[in-house]
Design a protein around this ligand. Structure first.
Ligand code: F6R
Length: 593
């Protein structure tokens, strides 16, 4: 996720910007840039890679400036694509976090009007739009407001003009905070950026803009000034990096609703904006992936077979590399949040060598997977810091729903209903996050066990697999995911009062059989937690604990149940005192076979 900063005051803005950007490094970034205004000129410095320990960074020390850490979303990581972006004349600079979903049409219009673009980014339309308003005689701040009215998507951006002593910033669905000092003001996407200088902040809300000079600030909404209180941040810088959450994993679980929203914003307009040529003429699909991404593939198989009737195989990437797959018009899909997992890359290389078309679904722009693949679909989760995949998994699922809907052969009305339900998922996930205390209190009963079983049927089975993986990797409890129907073929021998079972029970054609399995499990004295639909009145009679999840179309339950199970795993691990963000022996990106 990009980090933005702005400064106006009495210090050297270049020094403040670079130190503020260092405080945002934890958010993850691939390139960065700083701009200052001095003597009526804008001076910019951009770089690919880490800020590192550059000593004595200086652009000449103006007292107003901007900074940005970029997590590439539109256009590869490069100096040209790094922010700040400028207008034609280099007089207006902008840093932005978010996605401008209508940037293509805006860019086309501006190019027709004679604007020359330098980058591939969505952001660059903003300085050009501001420029076009200024050229029509608008005051700089008014030009920024008028520009914001033309933007669709999500954004927090800060604009600066070479000969103006003000910063102007607007927020809509991306975070933006104003820091209030004595004779100096800060703007940033996150509090740690400014905490070294001030702990007095004003949180901006959606649709609000702020005009800041060294003498003060004005906050506006729909052109009308609004009064907002200053809040005191009680956190240390370290606390603030995690947004006040104890761990990155918990913060990232809480980002799940936004991640679904951003991914839908990117690909779901009036139509599903995924290139249909990716799927043209294919006979079948083969998914290759590892770990959590492999579980996303299993859910993808279910969705695509159910909605599109196309045969799907799923292979662990590491095993695919030993197989001799039959050659056909197969689309091979590598799912990898990092885009760098060695086994997945090797499987994709093999598929290419065999002449198959390869699609990468990844969260990292410009990663190796994107360079190997014929086609790429990006998830919009932003960087994930916790080693355990949470929000990137939910983003992968969101993309898979869109793909399945895109290639579906079901009647359009049914697909429209499903997409509408998908649009309501962020709100349902928020309801699950509101149940955090309840889930945390259930986890207290289970933190002392050393073995657990997760079971499900149909789409509930991969949910169980992923739930078990989350628990084992962060709590070190031995946890197995199993198809509920397989229990009696071996795992029954493990059941008993020392082996609790998490039953992922979905209100679909598998429901009655799952209920039967739960009764069998109870008969063997295993404590049972059910993850169930909130309208399921029956289940409580048969289990010890129920995590009730807001109702949705059963096919969408992976998006809701998985979030509940992420929270459950988190709280169990926390009670066991585990190092949640960096579990032992694990790495975030597994770049060796
Ligand atoms: C589990 C986890 C891993 C990854 C796996 C693949 O929480 O994070 O299992 O899912 O290492 O990583 P990517 O998706 O980067 O290929």
């Amino acid at each position: 996720m990009c980090g933005i900063v702005g400064y106006v005051g009495f210090r050297n803005a270049d020094e403040v910007a670079i130190s503020a950007l260092r405080r945002l490094e934890y958010r993850g970034y691939d390139s960065w840039g700083v701009a200052i205004a001095k003597d009526g000129e804008i001076v910019v410095k951009k770089n690919v890679g880490a800020i590192g320990d550059i000593k004595d960074f200086s652009l000449g020390g103006g007292k107003i400036g901007l900074g940005h850490t970029r997590w590439a979303t539109h256009g590869k990581p490069s100096e040209i694509n790094a922010h700040p972006h400028l207008d034609c004349k280099g007089r207006i600079a902008v840093v932005h976090n978010g996605i401008i979903s209508n940037f293509r049409s805006l860019r086309e219009r501006l190019e027709n009007e004679g604007h020359t673009f330098r980058s591939e980014t969505d952001t660059e339309v903003i300085p050009h739009l501001i420029e076009s308003w200024v050229e029509r005689g608008e005051d700089f701040a008014d030009a920024v407001m008028k520009t914001a009215e033309e933007l669709q998507g999500s954004y927090a951006f800060v604009a600066m003009k070479a000969d103006d002593a003000r910063l102007v910033a607007v927020r809509y669905k991306s975070p933006l905070v104003l820091g209030v000092g004595d004779g100096e003001f800060f703007l940033a996407s996150d509090i740690p950026a400014m905490l070294e200088y001030t702990n007095r902040v004003v949180y901006l809300d959606d649709g609000e803009s702020v005009i800041v000079s060294k003498d003060g600030y004005r906050i506006l909404k729909n052109g009308v000034e609004v009064e907002k209180g200053i809040e005191i941040v009680p956190w240390s810088i370290e606390d603030a990096e995690k947004g006040g959450y104890e761990h990155f994993m918990l913060k990232e679980i809480h980002e799940n609703p936004r991640v679904v929203e951003d991914t839908l914003l990117e690909y779901l307009g009036e139509d599903i904006e995924i290139d249909s040529r990716i799927f043209a003429g294919i006979s079948d699909i083969l998914f290759v992936a590892c770990g959590t991404s492999f579980h996303a593939c299993l859910i993808g198989k279910y969705l695509i077979e159910e909605l599109a009737g196309i045969p799907v195989r799923v292979e662990y990437a590491s095993e695919f590399n030993y197989s001799n797959p039959p050659l056909s018009r197969t689309l091979v899909v590598g799912i990898t949040q990092s885009g760098e997992t060695a086994d997945t890359l090797e499987a994709m290389r093999k598929a290419k060598k065999l002449g198959m078309r390869v699609l990468a679904i990844t969260n990292v722009l410009g990663s190796t997977a994107t360079r190997l693949a014929d086609h790429v679909i990006y998830t919009r989760a932003g960087p994930e810091i916790g080693v355990a995949a949470t929000k990137t998994f939910i983003a992968q699922l969101t993309v898979l729903y869109l793909i399945a809907a895109k290639i579906s052969n079901l009647p359009p009305k049914e697909i429209e209903e499903l997409l509408n339900e998908l649009r309501s998922i962020p709100q349902k996930i928020r309801q699950i996050l509101d149940m955090e205390d309840e889930i945390s209190s259930i986890s207290e009963t289970f933190a002392g066990y050393e073995n657990m079983m997760y079971v499900g049927r149909g789409i509930g089975y991969p949910i169980a697999l992923e739930g078990a993986l989350k628990l084992k990797e962060i709590s070190y409890i031995h946890a197995e995911g199993y198809p509920a129907g397989e229990l009696k073929h071996g795992p029954f021998a493990l059941l008993g009062e020392k082996t609790p079972v998490v039953a992922c029970i979905v209100r679909d054609k598998t429901y009655d059989s799952m209920l039967g399995n739960i009764k069998e499990i109870k008969a063997r004295e295993s404590p049972v937690i059910a993850v169930a639909n909130e309208e399921d009145d029956e289940i409580e009679k048969f289990v010890d604990y129920t995590i009730r999840v807001p109702s949705t179309n059963p096919i969408l339950t992976p998006l809701t149940y998985s979030v509940a199970l992420q929270l459950f795993a988190y709280y169990v691990a926390r009670l066991r005192g585990c190092e949640i963000d960096k579990p032992r022996n694990l790495a975030k990106s597994v770049t060796v076979e």
